[in-house]
Design a protein around this ligand. Structure first.
Ligand code: GLY
Length: 356
């Protein structure tokens, strides 16, 4: 299986979704970057597992230790210095091989090195396959807030190969499910009037997802990618519509920041954000009890439980106010208001405090 999805922006690019061998992927990468000097930015785990297949070595690779806490300014500078020491020019390419952290930091390095060079995304986690490798958001975190420094900078190509999921640990797999569940709750807001059935597909196909059935997983990835492409081509730089992809994220980013990026994977934090915002939406009668039940049961079906808040409300709100999604003195949330539809609301500190 090999499918090509096209992203039509100023800079057009292809997403290749496949289950072909990783050797074929290696050939594809080398073919698409022929004549270019390559700097691979590779997560440590992925380096250990795949260095032979992708011919990675100390000369052509920057190895990024695993975890969100590594998406920092120190590693960013080290990548830039590595590119400099390899004499990469504006004709060359950075290749991100890893999960969302690797893709975000490598993309940010590519967007700023010599004012921007090519980069290729090769996501190896479920989360980065369905979301972060596409759409051109690049970033690093500061202790004050997640993704505080970043750019919109589209990759040259994205190669998604589901064989990487065979070595993905269960916690990271579940983390990807968190972002997929987010898409299920907003799909009708992505493509007006088109019958989209991710919510139903996930409800019925839970066992196949847990078994990592390749066809089911491919369908889900393809579905999320189509939703993402639709949003990004309508609003590349997040002036409006793209904000809906932040469903669950105001709360999630605050949790991640406050726990110093050590306690939650991104997807786990997003699911807590979904529980929070579904409860808000139901309490304000934006959604019916039946939809609230169906949605929270779907999260439950995938093994997620709503956690009691372990942090002080004041601290959480102060972090939310530093988030890029904040607007003047209000905090921006994306809220469900109908089945699989969401909209933006601005809430005051007092309103958020009451909800926590
Ligand atoms: N991950 C959300 C976005 O790309 O806009």
């Amino acid at each position: 299986m090999r499918q090509t999805l096209n992203v039509h922006l100023n800079k057009e690019y292809k997403i290749i979704l496949s289950d072909e061998s990783l050797e074929t992927l290696q050939e594809d990468i080398f073919e698409s970057s022929q004549g270019q000097k390559k700097l691979f930015v590779v997560s440590e785990k992925v380096f250990k597992l795949y260095k032979k297949i992708f011919r990675l070595n100390k000369e052509n690779t920057f190895i990024l230790p695993d975890g969100e806490k590594e998406k920092n300014i120190k590693n960013y500078l080290a990548i830039i210095q590595k590119a400099g020491s390899m004499n990469l020019t504006r004709d060359d390419v950075i290749i991100a091989l890893g999960g969302g952290v690797t893709g975000d930091i490598a993309g940010f390095a590519a967007s700023t090195y010599m004012r921007g060079i090519d980069y290729i995304q090769i996501p190896t986690t479920l989360l980065s396959m369905v979301d972060s490798s596409v759409g051109g958001k690049t970033a690093i975190d500061l202790k004050e807030a997640k993704n505080l420094i970043g750019t919109f900078y589209q990759p040259k190509a994205v190669f998604i190969n589901i064989n990487f999921l065979k070595t993905l640990d269960n916690r990271q797999f579940r983390s990807g499910l968190g972002e997929i569940l987010k898409y299920a709750l907003l799909e009708e807001s992505c493509k007006e009037g088109q019958g989209l059935y991710l919510f139903e597909y996930l409800t019925l196909g839970c066992e196949k997802v847990f078994d990592k059935d390749p066809l089911t997983i491919t369908r889900i990835i393809e579905h999320c990618l189509n939703l993402k492409i639709s949003i990004v081509t309508q609003d590349e730089k997040e002036y409006g519509l793209r904000r809906i992809l932040n469903l669950g994220h105001t709360y999630a980013h605050a949790l991640e920041t406050i726990s110093k990026y050590r306690k939650y994977t991104h997807g786990e934090a997003v699911v807590q954000g979904l529980f929070f915002i579904l409860k808000y939406a139901y309490s304000k009668k934006l959604i019916t009890y039946s939809y609230y039940r169906l949605s929270t049961e779907l999260l439950d079906k995938y093994g997620f439980k709503e956690e009691l808040l372990k942090y002080s409300k004041d601290e959480l709100i102060s972090v939310m106010k530093q988030d890029k999604k904040a607007a003047q003195d209000k905090i921006r949330f994306i809220v469900p208001y109908d089945r699989k539809r969401v909209k933006e609301v601005l809430l005051s500190e007092d309103e958020v405090y009451e909800m926590l």
